[in-house]
Design a protein around this ligand. Sequence first.
Ligand code: CP
Ligand code: NVA
Length: 303
Amino acid sequence: MKKDLLKLLDLSTEEILEILDTADHLKALKKAGTPHPYLAGKTLAMIFEKNSTRTRVSFETGIYQLGGYGVYLSGKDSQIGRSEPAEDTARVLSRYCDGIMVRTFDQEEVETLAKYADIPVINGLTDFCHPCQVLADLMTIREHKGKLEGLKLCYIGDGNNMANSLIVGGLKCGMQVAVACPDDYRPDPSVLEFAKAYPGQFLCTPDVLKAAKDADAVYTDVWASMGQEEEAKQRQAIFAGYQINDTVMHAAHPGALVLHCLPAHRGEEITAEVFEAHAQEVFDEAENRLHAQKAVMYLLMKD
Ligand code: CP
Ligand code: NVA
């Protein structure tokens, strides 16, 4: 049976670790200059109904490095933007391609594509989650700290797609996860329900310093996500205290990593000083999108 990557909730710990191990292996091959055309002749359709820099370039470059080809489809200039149903797009693309990557608004659309496609579907971000980003994040933390289990991951900001995926990915990998967000902007109820199965391992609080205390990695994301542009001004006031700055870094463990999925808004969710002091980690994280997604494509599309 074909496998998809729709959300981390669907993956076991073993499956997540298999992706991370494969990503490490593919990264080593790339660094050594060893060709690895494991998906030669295969095509990935890449549907984008939202903007992207990292996701597009890392998927397109990734499938190329694996010997395959990526076809970019934007909502604007394909029939997807003229309301062709996901059920039909899925069945058409299944006749041409070997995998589908999709970035869109509604998680339901990704689930529908997967239901109707005969080929693997990979979620490249929805309003609900961003699994590929979090696989790269976990890879980066493990690379820098040598392990995941027992480390504390702190997320500060909006209880959005990033928060949802970080909670699930972190908890499944044995991390302590603490999320600081305003009461009205907590993560998705289904994710908070999931976290109940990890008593003593999860905290959701409006208190930034409580969440950051002794953290091994501190994470943030924009206050207004794609699709929330009209709320940006209002959100600036609501999230004003939800920033990674020196005070937060003093609360965290000395040597704590700073991670950001990017794009970053300096002076909002992170200060320019903290961002630049931790640029090495943040851009390692961005690089790891490439390796983690190559691992996902390889594992899902190889047969
Ligand atoms: N982090 C991330 O997904 O970046 P893009 O929006 O540029 O793809
Ligand atoms: N929460 C952000 C993540 C961007 C990678 C958004 O959805 O716009």
